[in-house]
Write a protein that binds this ligand. Sequence first.
Ligand code: ADP
Ligand code: AMP
Length: 230
Amino acid sequence: MVLLKKAELKGDVNWRKNRKMNLILLGAPGSGKGTQALKLSDKYKIPHISTGDIFREAIKKKDALSIKVKQIVEEGGLVPDDIVVEIVLRELEQESNSKGFVLDGFPRTLGQAESLDKSFKKHLEVLYIKLEEEEVIKRLSGRRICKKCGKGYHLIFNHPQKENICDSCSGELYQRKDDEELTIKKRLLFYEKHIGDVLSFYEKQGNLFIVEGNKPIGEVFSLLCKAIKE
Ligand code: ADP
Ligand code: AMP
């Protein structure tokens, strides 16, 4: 990894121990970002920041943010860049003393990536989970979420031990409104429109890692951990 290797060359023998895990997970909706973010958060003891979770929580609480984003999120649109950027920068400020973070669902547009770059000057490691559309649709249509703790499951690939009940907290599982067929299609159109620019942006910076997402959860996780350690 470019910057870390520089530190190593300068003779900073503790660079690996002192490094911050500032991770960004990119990928289509349903590519497994949330699933992997939870595992990375657990392994590296870093907070998981999901913009989607922040919006869903606001909608549940019906707070001021909910008024601005409810319709957009439920219909599969993109929340305006200025709103998302402000939220993410605030979250990152709060986590400035942690060992890093894993950001899931942001940036989704070039504008978001550029705004983050202007305000957050620390090194980022960007991990892109690559998955073809056919698989993404299967994943999203079978996804179920715990109403209580937000943990994600899949009816076929990652099902709970007891039907419709969360393994971790016994909460009831539900299907996200934006995981219905028409909304999935709309979300994928937005994703396809922007992802190329976001990937090019990080590719130019030399901190982009591409990981194959069409493998079992544990294998994708191993690939991500390997990419981080390189
Ligand atoms: P994202 O956060 O990118 O939208 P999720 O992590 O919620 O995606 O995963 C989408 C769905 O696919 C969930 O139902 C999850 O359980 C399932 N899933 C995640 N990773 C895999 C995988 N590697 N193989 C099969 N199913 C997976
Ligand atoms: P996710 O949980 O990542 O699938 O996000 C759910 C929804 O929240 C998206 O379909 C968008 O409506 C909204 N959202 C989440 N992150 C962003 C973002 N970075 N930019 C714009 N909208 C977002």
